[in-house]
Design a binder for this molecule. Sequence first.
Ligand SMILES: Cc1ncc(C[n+]2csc(CCOP(=O)(O)OP(=O)(O)O)c2C)c(N)n1
Length: 547
Amino acid sequence: MAEIDGGHLVARQLKAAGVDTLFGVVAGPMIEVFAGAVREGMTVVGCRHEESAAFMASAWGYVSRKPGVVVAGSGPGMTNTVTSMHVATESAMPLVVLGGSTHGATRSVGGFQEADQVAFAAPGCKSTATVDSTERIAEHVHLALGRAVNGRPGAVYLDFPAQVVGRRIPEEQAGIRAQAPELALPHPDPAAVDRIADLLAGAERPLVLVGKGAAWSDAGPALSKLVSRGIPYVTSPMGRGTIPDDDPHFMNGARSKALSGADAILMVGGRFNWIFGFGRAGRYSPDARIAQIDVCAEEMWSSANVEIGVVADAAVAVAQIDQALGGRALRAAPSWLASLRETCQRNEAGLAPAMADDSVPINPYRLVRDVRDALPREASLSVDGETIMGISRVLLPSHRARSRLNAGTTGCMGTGVPYAMGAKLARPDAPSVAVLGDYAFGAAGMEIETAARVGIPVVFVVANNEGIAGHLLQDHMLPAGAPRIAALLPARYEKMAEMVDGHAESVERPDEIRPALDRALASGRVALVHVRVDPKARRLSGGNYLK
Ligand SMILES: Cc1ncc(C[n+]2csc(CCOP(=O)(O)OP(=O)(O)O)c2C)c(N)n1
């Protein structure tokens, strides 16, 4: 009678559920899982750090709308994924962490790499479980995958004690769960749809807010249709591209004015947290009437005074609101759109001199302008850092849902490198570019070896301003004469691409930026474009453009 070990069983269940890519760091007691994944023909990405592996998995999952799966060994291997689980849950990215743990026979008596792993995982997860027998592996994996990706996506942790992974059982006891429920998407109540249509139709200054929940549910086409009636919209950073950014109703460039001026707001798949100014008076008009669409009813309870909450899939709900509006003309004053557009143009014009600056060291606005010009329309874009992320948020567009990845709800540095790699594996046909501060690159930079080894041709653009927000913190917030704490060495990060036979570029002058980017994009290899930017440059507060 053929037998199968627990590790192979994990892989077989993943395959049965349509997960063909696995991330992780090989370690006991999970080596059988990696071996099983190879036997099952999965793409297995062996990473250099579990935190990065889990970030890669969550980006892969978010872009492909499947659960991203990462495997970590016991003790510190598993605890290295805790930040990534927290980030995935807060940023609503689907992640399943499979953590090996010490053998049951040595628990509580100082077992090797023993830790209370479920307790470490729990606060950052939607759910956690311990796999109690080899026979129940398939069921636990089936549950974890479903829970990570459904409802609001997030992290799920499964703990695998060593004795469960290594044990062999007869194949007919494997209990593979080949069938996943076919879920009908949650549809909105028609009466609520009519009320929202009335709200938008009767408003003088309507506004749509787009969060990454809208990206997740591919609400772009329905949203494009709705806003084309003459409604401006503002997105969260990762909601960018759900409607292509070159839509004339896109008003992130007049964000503060749009939020404070609107008299009716429809929030689609976003949360009234810090990213949207909590929905509080001050950022918003106290008289604004607010409607919200979300897959979670709890989300309607926030700092914002939400009048109408609809629990529904964003794409379905928006399409129905548009249908309910039918041939009705909106009452919105044309001057509302026009004044926001004018603010966008004025703010962008205010940045033009910095974008055209030819000085050395390079102005970061000039660098990001050239990245914008070189960036293919369909590219996946990941951005990480502080100064460079703020500038990129203003200048770099996105044109596709779930093509924009950044530090997200938790503002977590160290996501940029692995997110770009996960996105590339999920969408291999689209170029993947990461724009990174030197600190942000360094936080996960060793994964460049993973990219070279596995063959993940990402372009890393490192804006090296020699520090955390350049020299700003070092010079202005630390005592004079302090050792370099926030300021970093002017290191030559392109050497890290050379080290793995990747494509390396080093740029010191503005006119060298674009040719270097073009060569990197054409190289077909992992590439690092190292750009020396002015350590003293800060973000410009062009009107309300940057808030
Ligand atoms: C995990 C984590 N650690 C620390 C921070 C605090 N932090 C915010 S921005 C930043 C670094 C920014 O420097 P860099 O990546 O070089 O980008 P720059 O601002 O210089 O463009 C740090 C450490 C954070 N947000 N996340």
